[in-house]
Design a protein around this ligand. Structure first.
Ligand SMILES: [Zn+2]
Length: 141
């Protein structure tokens, strides 16, 4: 980790603090492009916007997918105050961002908050394979 990496991680931690000050869960993130410039910053706004998806990592992944060409996205780093959750990791994967550097790991975060309960929903499947595959066949070829 370079001195610039530490500087940008500290900025992500500052953004986490401002999220908390604004009445939201304490998480913040930013994107730094290939030339070292800050491209965008976000903080968690899930409570003030009543949006369960308003995590900073997912907001930045969506921004990157919209605004960056694939080569720039691949050379861009997301700095984030905590390791991205599963929802955000999925968005980051689809965004084409090339690198994520986090401060707290999910395991470390777990020592600072009450334990999460078991999943509150049930997944069932697979089902109707012959019908469900029809709209997908040929799409990715
Ligand atoms: Zn998340």
């Amino acid at each position: 980790m370079t001195q610039d990496d530490e500087k940008f991680l500290r900025r992500a931690i500052e953004l986490a603090a401002t999220a908390r000050e604004g009445g939201n869960p304490p998480f913040g993130s930013l994107l730094v492009g290939p030339d070292g410039a800050v491209l965008a910053e976000e903080r968690n706004t899930s409570l003030t916007e009543s949006d369960i998806t308003a995590h900073p990592e997912l907001k930045l992944a969506r921004w990157a997918a919209r605004e960056l060409d694939p080569a720039t996205a691949a050379a861009t780093t997301m700095y984030t105050s905590c390791q991205p959750c599963g929802m955000c990791a999925g968005g980051i994967e689809r965004s084409g961002l090339g690198r994520v550097l986090f401060a707290l790991s999910t395991e470390q975060l777990g020592t600072l908050k009450p334990p999460a309960g078991p999943p509150s929903f049930r997944q069932e499947g697979p089902a109707l394979f012959d019908e469900a595959r029809v709209p997908i066949e040929g799409y990715y070829v």
